[in-house]
Design a protein around this ligand. Structure first.
Ligand SMILES: C[S@@+](CC[C@H](N)C(=O)[O-])C[C@H]1O[C@@H](n2cnc3c(N)ncnc32)[C@H](O)[C@@H]1O
Length: 264
């Protein structure tokens, strides 16, 4: 019997709903609706990994306020995008209408996808940009991804490198503040966590999980998906600003992101 993580995911839903409007407003500032149609918010490495998505059935998991889902639609994909936070999904739907692009946004827990999504064979499952940390159970998640794919279908995962998650800044120096090898442990975020450095604080606590790269890759491989690539990238200047609050100039040499492509 699977452990019941729903109290944790429901709390995370409340936390993400609370900051949904702030997030959407921030993205609207950074990325005017017209620009979503250029899909440039999807980094070139990610676009290359996705391949030609034109007319392909794409499932985008943990889509938040939908900027990447809309970009995928702009590339011609038939996109279904899922997030647990229903307020984010409302905002995403409005953004897609404003952009004049069609995306089927669904408010759902990744662990409890509606049956019509579990039964569908997608050409691509895409997820990325701060997703693994919200998953309490890697094994169940990987099986859901595998089931959603059609034979030959592609899984693309791009996320923060777990090494970067163990680092923080003290007195202008990067320090290792977490144990990389305690994978799967829950990190309870106190009320007052901030989503964007310059915006208001949240009152709802959140729960995050730490998964090492080996754990992620091995769990995906165990589903039978064939791992085609795993790339690691250094921190970008923007990431460095956000993660280390600009305090450390040499963070550029540290791992910042990873990109995994697997095939069914
Ligand atoms: C950092 S955001 C990802 C944003 C994504 N990079 C994008 O822009 O398309 C993480 C998202 O995971 C969602 N989430 C967390 N737990 C989830 C779950 N169990 N099922 C579905 N979505 C979940 C949150 O609501 C949040 O929107």
């Amino acid at each position: 019997m699977d452990k019941d993580f729903s109290p944790i995911t429901q709390q995370n839903r409340r936390a993400w709903n609370e900051i949904a409007d702030v997030r959407a407003a921030r993205w609207a500032e950074k990325l005017p609706t017209d620009e979503l149609r250029t899909a440039e918010n999807l980094p070139s490495e990610v676009r290359a990994a996705l391949g030609d998505v034109s007319a392909k059935r794409v499932l985008h998991l943990q889509c938040a306020t939908g900027e990447e889902s809309i970009a995928l639609a702009a590339l011609g994909a038939r996109v279904t995008a899922v997030d647990i936070a229903d307020r984010q999904i409302e905002l995403a739907r409005q953004r897609a209408v404003d952009a004049g692009l069609d995306v089927a946004f669904v408010a759902a827990d990744v662990y409890a996808l509606p049956s019509h999504l579990q039964a569908t064979n997608f050409d691509v499952v895409y997820t990325g940009g701060g997703v693994m940390t919200w998953l309490p159970d890697l094994v169940r998640w990987a099986k859901i991804v595998e089931r959603a794919l059609a034979p030959g279908g592609r899984f693309v995962l791009v996320d923060e490198h777990p090494v970067a998650q163990t680092l923080s800044v003290e007195d202008g120096r990067i320090v290792m503040s977490d144990d990389y090898f305690q994978c799967g442990r829950v990190v309870e975020g106190e009320p007052g966590w901030t989503h964007f450095n310059d915006r208001g604080q949240a009152t709802e606590p959140k729960y995050e999980f730490v998964w090492g790269l080996g754990e992620v890759v091995t769990t995906i491989a165990a589903t039978g998906l064939v791992i085609e690539r795993l790339n690691e990238y250094p921190t970008s200047v923007e990431d460095q600003e956000w993660r280390y609050r600009g305090a450390v100039a040499n963070a550029i040499g540290l791992p910042g992101m990873f990109l995994l492509v697997a095939r069914k």
